[in-house]
Design a protein around this ligand. Structure first.
Ligand code: HEM
Length: 446
């Protein structure tokens, strides 16, 4: 019987709260596109954007940590050291509080994705180190690791390493050389995302094993080949971020080839997509399965976009446009958030009971999420294409005229964003309700 160690659940609940905050601040930021400066008297865009991005990044990191703990608790019941994980959670809470407070007071000092004052990153690094220690303590006793334990290990370790590298610019030796500094920065951004992807994709593998009860998949040669390909991408595919920098040619070629190996992922995904179709029919009532299935479709759509963006000739057009934002949001919402939602439906239930029965209303919000996300994503891409063409063209119109010409597209983007926010918050609230009933009200289930 599954143990009642709730460590993972606490992390998942905090992650869902961060998601709700992130969604609300995303909409508040986006409204500036159609009513520029409307929020100036209380918070301006340069505060709303980092609040949104930080909340969302914390949702993914804390959510992934919750999934790893929940998965571990299933594999090795009651082996997680609770005091370590509670100190880790406490450090996260302190960091979140200080960071949001800093943004509200317009204190910045950090860089893209981590714009808060760098001193607070020490608290996050300390929390992560505790995570690494707690994780190693448990997995060291497990013989013959399935692929998801390797993925979690890689993700936790590389995140800590890359997160530290992320602050190399604090040293004048790195900061004073523009190209070196920018190259490291982009490498770090790519690898940080690669690290949390290892945690989230590892969770997807764990869930697939648990749901299909097929223990062979996660130990197969194919699973490990995919793992090594993912690892290579984590380490080298960042090169497509720096095509516009005057750096060594070999870096571009290596990264281009590595990015292209992602075609293998694509082939694999299409193959899995066909395979899972039969399973999906069987399990279509099952929310964890549905969200995983949705994430596969989003992997497919986003991979197409990423591959086009990796081709240097196209990259010149897409660089710095809303296509980059579509890529960032498409992957973090479509892939990471879908897998995390799927995991929450599996992990936030009590023992083996099913408190979260699929209801018509949840089904409605599931579809509302997918459809509004699709409109949101496509609209950003169209805005980005128009901007890219303007950037590379003769620029007969001014920047503001070009943006003003797109006002109806921005309106569609914001409306789709509001619908997306409503749908995702509804799902998050249903999950949190389950957590609170289970934890604090000790509701009788099933
Ligand atoms: C789970 C849901 C969401 C996730 C994971 C997410 C993620 C992100 C990420 C990673 C970025 C940084 C993009 C970059 O630097 O290129 C971003 C930016 C942004 N997001 Fe979201 N987002 C979500 C929902 C929303 C919603 C519902 C809205 C509302 C319309 C929104 C509006 C924005 C805006 C306005 C930006 C700034 C774009 C710019 O710099 O022009 N996001 N989001």
């Amino acid at each position: 019987m599954e143990s009642e160690n709730k460590t993972g659940k606490y992390f998942l609940a905090l992650a869902l709260i961060m998601l709700i905050l992130g969604l609300v601040f995303g909409v508040l930021a986006a409204t500036n596109y159609i009513h520029p400066g409307y929020s100036k008297s209380w918070l301006n865009f340069s505060q709303l954007r980092p609040i949104h991005v930080s909340c969302i990044v914390f949702f993914i990191l804390i959510g992934a940590s919750g999934c790893v703990y929940s998965g571990l608790n299933f594999i090795a019941p009651n082996k997680i050291k609770k005091p370590i994980s509670f100190i880790q959670l406490g450090l996260w809470l302190i960091a979140i509080f200080l960071i949001l407070f800093a943004y509200l007071n317009s204190e910045f000092g950090g860089r893209e994705y981590w714009e808060f004052p760098p001193k607070y990153s020490i608290i996050i690094a300390a929390a992560w180190l505790l995570f690494l220690i707690n994780f190693i303590r448990v997995v060291i006793k497990i013989k013959k690791w399935p692929v998801y334990i390797w993925m979690w290990m890689t993700g936790i370790f590389f995140f800590l390493l890359t997160f530290s590298e992320n602050y190399l610019w604090e040293f004048p030796y790195f900061r004073e050389h523009f190209v070196k500094d920018m190259t490291i920065q982009w490498k770090v951004n790519g690898s940080l995302v690669g690290s949390w992807n290892q945690l989230v994709y590892g969770t997807a593998m764990f869930l697939m094993e648990k749901l299909t009860e097929n223990k062979k998949g996660a130990k197969s040669n194919l699973a490990f080949r995919m793992y090594f390909l993912g690892l290579a991408n984590l380490m080298f595919n960042w090169g497509h971020h720096i095509y516009t920098l005057p750096t060594e040619n070999y870096i571009r070629y290596v990264s281009y080839i590595v990015s292209m190996t992602e075609w293998i992922f694509l082939a694999r995904i299409i193959y899995m997509f066909r395979q899972t179709l039969n399973e999906a029919e069987k399990l279509s009532h099952h929310f964890p399965y549905r969200f995983l299935f949705a994430s596969e479709i989003w992997v497919f759509l986003n991979l197409m976009l990423s591959l086009i963006m990796s081709i240097p000739a196209f990259n010149l057009y897409t660089h710095g446009t809303q296509i980059t934002v579509a890529h960032a949001m498409g992957t973090t919402i479509g892939i990471n958030s879908m897998i995390l939602f799927g995991a929450c439906f599996e992990f936030l239930r009590r023992n083996n009971s099913s408190i979260l029965k699929p209801s018509k209303i949840l089904n409605f919000f599931f579809w509302m999420t997918q459809i509004s996300l699709f409109v949101f994503w496509i609209t950003l891409i169209i805005i980005g294409i128009n901007r890219g063409l303007w950037q590379m063209g003769p620029q007969t119109d001014s920047f503001s005229t070009m943006m003003a010409n797109q006002s109806s597209l921005f309106e569609i983007f914001v409306i789709a964003g509001i619908l997306l926010m409503i749908a995702m918050i509804a799902i998050a609230v249903a999950l949190l309700n389950t957590f609170f009933r289970d934890t604090f009200l000790k509701a009788k289930v099933n």
